[in-house]
Design a protein around this ligand. Structure first.
Ligand code: MGP
Length: 256
């Protein structure tokens, strides 16, 4: 078991971790990048709801279900999903659209199954999932002094990108809503996936770039859950540096 988000206070143990295991099993079952492209599954084949839930639910069937299956399992924090699309007639901030806030495991999956997967979004768009009340922008008071762990995905390897993007993004969302960072999770504000021609990016934003201990724990956990090769390093940049960067990447404040 590579990831077991702590939902013991909010949902039946194992509920999200099973979902995460499914996603990881799917990823592990995919051919490695040197195999034939034809053998590579599209993001559409990713497991979503368990088959018994996908089956049509009639009133009679619902009446036979044990009560615990009809109760929604609240998340420790409500999370808001945002979508960004680059419309040049509007400001960057106006282009951030709030989609929905989810409060329960079930609402998260309903939303996830309804919306387009990240790999099917147009270039120049973003999804952001942030704690309710925190806007996915540097200017928000909860983000202003913070920064982000940044994972850049290599676009030159198309098969690998298609395989990893959706799984990484789902893993990151499950890790956050499942409160999988332990005490350090209190400093997590949200996460963003940027769909870009030059290379997609996934980042976890935290609220205070000076909290080295929590930031390091979050980075290490992220690498562990995404199964990133320990020899590969990822960097954390303060938003204050990203805002004024001149090259394509701001300097790293931390590296794991
Ligand atoms: P981006 O969307 O984060 O990355 O920032 P992209 O498109 O890969 O570009 P690059 O510069 O990282 O290579 C693109 C631009 O969007 C930034 O230069 C800002 O102009 C704007 N922008 C991004 N963010 C996260 C913010 C934000 O939080 N607030 C405001 N006001 N503008 C932002």
């Amino acid at each position: 078991m590579l990831c077991r988000p702590d939902l013991t206070r909010t949902a039946p143990p194992g509920m999200l971790s099973r979902a995460l295991d499914n996603a990881r099993a799917w990823r592990d079952a995919q051919p490695s990048s040197h195999e034939e492209p034809a053998a590579c599954a599209s993001s559409k084949s990713m497991p979503r709801l368990p088959p018994q839930v996908q089956e049509e639910m009639t009133e009679e069937k619902l009446a036979t279900l044990p009560p615990e299956l009809l109760v929604k399992h609240p998340l420790q924090n409500p999370w808001t999903l945002w979508y960004y699309e680059n419309d040049k007639s509007r400001t960057w901030e106006q282009n951030q659209v709030e989609i929905i806030t989810v409060n329960s495991v079930e609402d998260f999956w309903s939303t996830y199954n309804y919306i387009e997967t990240a790999s099917n979004l147009k270039h120049g768009t973003d999804y952001s999932l942030f704690k309710q009340g925190v806007k996915p922008m540097w200017e928000d008071s909860k983000n202003r002094n913070g920064g982000r762990w940044l994972i850049s995905l290599d676009r030159s390897d198309k098969q690998r990108r298609e395989r990893l993007l959706d799984v990484y993004w789902l893993d990151v969302m499950l890790l956050m809503i499942g409160e999988g960072f332990g005490d350090a999770g209190e400093t997590v504000c949200g996460a963003v996936v940027n769909i870009r021609n030059k290379g997609d990016k996934i980042a976890i934003w935290t609220g205070d770039a000076k909290r080295a201990e929590e930031i390091t724990k979050i980075g290490q956990r992220l690498k562990e859950v995404l199964n990133i090769n320990p020899k590969i390093t990822i960097g954390y940049q303060a938003h204050s540096d990203t805002m004024v960067k001149s090259g394509s990447i701001a300097k790293n404040r931390y590296v794991v």
